[in-house]
Design a protein around this ligand. Structure first.
Ligand code: AMP
Length: 145
């Protein structure tokens, strides 16, 4: 049914469950599977003054280094090869939807909620992806425990 499945994970604890769903769907469709994580550019909070922000702002490389073990842990838990993980720099909604379009994916899998918590009916990234993606989107329901 689907040819190419892109699963977006944010490294929250729900990521393994989201990945497992995407993997099962890809296998059922004999589709290619790719996993995406978007590292956000740290921004300067001028409320604290540019000088302070510049001193304490972690670089993208530092963030990437910090988050990599968690991402790889989720890949391993879901039994998905680490080679399928693509880490990009950008803003999550734009970058995920661009990756889906450019890579000609026909299914995008996200969690209904992630690091931003359960305060909304659908998380802000999930909602943005749903509105902007050109392909089908599956929001894997994440429940509060
Ligand atoms: P949110 O809407 O931010 O609560 O997140 C919902 C889902 O969007 C997560 O479960 C992920 O599937 C996806 N997502 C959020 N942020 C990112 C990110 N930085 N990189 C990749 N996927 C993300």
């Amino acid at each position: 049914m689907y040819r190419r499945v892109l699963v977006a994970i944010d490294a929250s604890r729900e990521s393994t469950a989201v990945l497992k769903k995407g993997k099962a769907l890809a296998e059922a469709s004999s589709a290619d599977l790719v996993v995406a994580h978007v590292v956000e550019q740290p921004y300067i909070n001028y409320a604290y003054g540019e000088l302070v922000a510049q001193q304490y702002l972690p670089s993208v490389e530092e963030i990437k280094k910090q988050i990599m073990p968690t991402l790889l842990q989720h890949m391993e838990s879901a039994d998905v090869s680490a080679d399928l993980l693509k880490v990009e720099l950008g803003t999550p909604v734009d970058t995920i939807t661009e990756m889906a379009t450019e890579g000609e994916f026909d299914l995008l899998v996200v969690g209904s909620h992630g690091r931003h918590g359960l305060q909304l009916l659908l998380g802000s990234t999930a909602n943005g992806v749903l509105h902007h993606a050109k392909c089908d989107v599956l929001a894997v329901r994440v429940f509060d425990e």
